[in-house]
Design a protein around this ligand. Structure first.
Ligand code: 13P
Length: 258
C-alpha cells in the first residue's frame, strides 16, 4: 500500500512569537501543490495564529505535547482540551520531554490514548540514547517503547498514529548544529522493526497503513538519503525546519522521490 510522505516541522522553543509568524507566513507562500503531507508544530501560544495562517493551505498544525490527564491542578501544563480546537496532531514521547519532564513509556502511552480519544492524531517519538545504542540495546528499547504505546489501544486507532524514530544521539542542539547521524540503512532497519512490532500487535493490515518517520539532524542535504530507504515515510525535522527556505527545500527533495 502506498503511503504519502510526511514532513513534520518541530520548532521546539527556537522562535519568538513574531519570528514564528514570519516563518510560517513566508513558508506557506513558497508552497506549491506538494505531493507531501506537511505539519508544523510551534509552541502552544502560537497554535491559534498558526491555524489561521495555515487555513486554506495543505499545511496542518501539531502541538508539541499534551498533559496525560484531561485537566487538573498542574500549573504550567497544557491539556488536550486547550489545544484541540487548533490542531489535528500532537507530538508525544519526544526525547526532550522524556529527558527534561520525566515522561516514561507509561506516560507516553497515556498521552497517546488521550489524544486519540479527543480526535487528535498522535506522532509518537521513540529512540534510544547514545549509551543504549553503544551497548547494543537499541532493539530492546524500541520494542519496549512501541509496544507500551500499542498495548492498550483498539486496533481501529492504529492507522491514526504516526511513529517517528529519533535516535537521541542524532538530534541537533539547534539550527546548524547537526549531530552525528546513523547510516540510512540502520534507520531503515529500525523502521522495519517498528513495522514488525506493529504487525505483531495488530496484523499486517495496520503495519502497511501506518507511517513511520525518521528524525535527527535532518536537512535538505540529508533528507533524501533517509527517505529513499524502503519503509521510511518522511522526516520529523527540528532545527532545519525553522528556516522557511530550508523547510521548503526538504519538502521538495522528498517530493522528487514520489
Ligand atoms: P533536529 O532536526 O534539530 O535534530 O531535531 C530533531 C527532532 O528532535 C525533531 O523532533
Amino acid at each position: 500500500m502506498e503511503r504519502k510522505p510526511l514532513i513534520v516541522a518541530n520548532w521546539k522553543m527556537y522562535l519568538s512569537a513574531k519570528e514564528s509568524i514570519l516563518v510560517a507566513q513566508s513558508f506557506v507562500k513558497m508552497l506549491r501543490d506538494e505531493p507531501v503531507d506537511i505539519i508544523i508544530s510551534p509552541s502552544y501560544p502560537l497554535l491559534s495564529a498558526m491555524k489561521e495562517i495555515c487555513e486554506g493551505t495543505s499545511v496542518e498544525v501539531a502541538a508539541q505535547d499534551i498533559h496525560f490527564l484531561e485537566s487538573g491542578a498542574y500549573t504550567g501544563d497544557v491539556s488536550v482540551g486547550e489545544v484541540k480546537d487548533f490542531v489535528r496532531h500532537v507530538i508525544v514521547g519526544h526525547s526532550e520531554r522524556r529527558k527534561y519532564h520525566g515522561d516514561t513509556d507509561e506516560i507516553v502511552a497515556l498521552k497517546t490514548k488521550l489524544a486519540l480519544k479527543n480526535g487528535i492524531h498522535p506522532i509518537v517519538c521513540v529512540g534510544e540514547s547514545f549509551e543504549e545504542h553503544e551497548s547494543g540495546a537499541t532493539i530492546e528499547i524500541i520494542r519496549e517503547q512501541v509496544n507500551r504505546v500499542l498495548v492498550d489501544l483498539s486496533l481501529l486507532d492504529f492507522p491514526r498514529i504516526t511513529f517517528a524514530y529519533e535516535p537521541v544521539w542524532a538530534i541537533s542542539a539547534g539550527p546548524g548544529l547537526e549531530a552525528k547521524q546513523p547510516e540510512a540503512q540502520e534507520v531503515a532497519e529500525i523502521i522495519n522493526l517498528i513495522r514488525k512490532i506493529i504487525s505483531g500487535a495488530g496484523g499486517n493490515k495496520y503495519m502497511d497503513k501506518m507511517r513511520v518517520l525518521y528524525g535527527g539532524s535532518v536537512t535538505a542535504k540529508t533528507v533524501k538519503t533517509f527517505v529513499s530507504e524502503p519503509g521510511v515515510d518522511g522526516a520529523l525535522v527540528g532545527g532545519a525546519s525553522t528556516k522557511p527556505a530550508e523547510l521548503v527545500a526538504i519538502i521538495r527533495e522528498v517530493a522528487l522521490l514520489v
